[in-house]
Design a protein around this ligand. Structure first.
Ligand code: CDT
Length: 311
């Protein structure tokens, strides 16, 4: 038996500092329509999809950086996208910079939201593995200041039941950490959705540019296979005001194989009819968690962060 659902990944080309939210949301809506035209029920959009990847820049005050954040869900800028998606009956994942006020405290997160085809907001995920630094490195082509602008996510890795299976969300750097996907898999996720902005150059240590795409793909493929789940990965890519980011948006099957891949570094929709039961045989055999996991030996995973050698 198969349970086929068409999923789309909507890769974005660059969003420049001068681009308005209205222009950017219009691009998302165009891709949403294209995905719908190809029969998609769900679309995955990138991380921080509504603006340029602003953590590359140094800002000192909220007055400077709050322009990149959204308040309310949907925020005023998101409303046209939410309306069109509900009209078309397409669900989606959208990454955005979230600003909330809680008990009089302003908080900011790198967030994604999952919205059902009928427009119901199923839930949010707030990025946990924030890369980069809080303080500028200085004397460098660009910064990566996510730790400056965002708090570490406080929602864990929730999963959400939908009419088309159970989905989990993560964001960009989270995909490099196997714990991310295993926690979601243990909570029943059959589909992992993620958006990313990955600079082509690694500012933290020199490495060949081709490794940026290779490690991205390696992370997706292993996550899919080791958890018998589908992966939907959407890039924001190309040259944003001269700062290059990798493309390589992909749909990966539970066998660990890339079944659809973006060819450009521009706005591009990829789709695939995904059999949500494909992972079942893997979950019954090599990755039957209930029979084979040995949690009595996994203690350091949750009790240690750094390496500790005791013997
Ligand atoms: N956006 C994001 O998380 N990017 C990181 C860059 C890591 S290098 C500082 C990534 O893992 O792709």
């Amino acid at each position: 038996m198969s349970r086929n659902v068409v999923f789309a990944v909507a890769q974005m080309g660059p969003v420049h500092l001068a681009d308005t939210r209205a222009q950017t949301v219009a691009r998302l809506i165009e891709m949403l329509r294209e995905a719908h035209g190809r029969g998609a029920r769900w679309v995955t959009f990138p991380e921080l999809a509504l603006t340029t990847f602003f953590p590359r820049y140094i800002y000192d005050t909220p007055e400077e950086y709050d322009a990149f954040f959204e308040e309310g869900l949907p925020s005023p800028a998101m409303v046209p996208l939410f309306d069109e998606a509900r009209k078309l009956g397409v669900g989606f994942y959208l990454g955005y910079a979230e600003k909330i006020t809680e008990d009089g405290q302003v908080r900011r997160f790198n967030t994604s939201v999952l919205v059902a085809p009928d427009g119901t907001i199923l839930g949010k995920y707030r990025k946990i593995h924030l890369p980069g630094t809080k303080d500028p490195i200085g004397d460098i082509e660009f910064e990566h200041l996510e730790k400056r602008y965002f708090e570490v996510g406080d929602l864990g890795f929730p999963t959400y039941g939908t009419d088309d299976g159970r989905f989990g969300m993560c964001i960009c750097n989270d995909r490099r950490w196997p714990e991310t996907f295993r926690v979601m898999a243990l909570r029943g996720a059959e589909v992992f959705m993620l958006g990313y902005n990955t600079p082509t150059r690694n500012i933290h240590y020199p490495e060949p540019a081709h490794l940026r795409e290779y490690h991205h793909r390696l992370s997706l493929e292993s996550a899919a296979y080791q958890n018998a789940a589908w992966v939907m990965a959407a890039a924001k890519c190309g040259s944003e005001d001269g700062f290059a980011m990798i493309g390589g948006s992909a749909i990966v099957s539970p066998t660990g194989e890339v079944v659809a891949r973006a060819a450009s570094e521009d706005d591009e929709v990829i789709t695939f009819s995904c059999d949500l039961d494909l992972g079942a045989y893997i979950r019954r055999s090599v990755f039957d968690f209930a029979r084979h996991r040995r949690i009595e030996h996994y203690g350091p995973i949750t009790s240690q962060t750094a390496i500790e050698v005791t013997e």
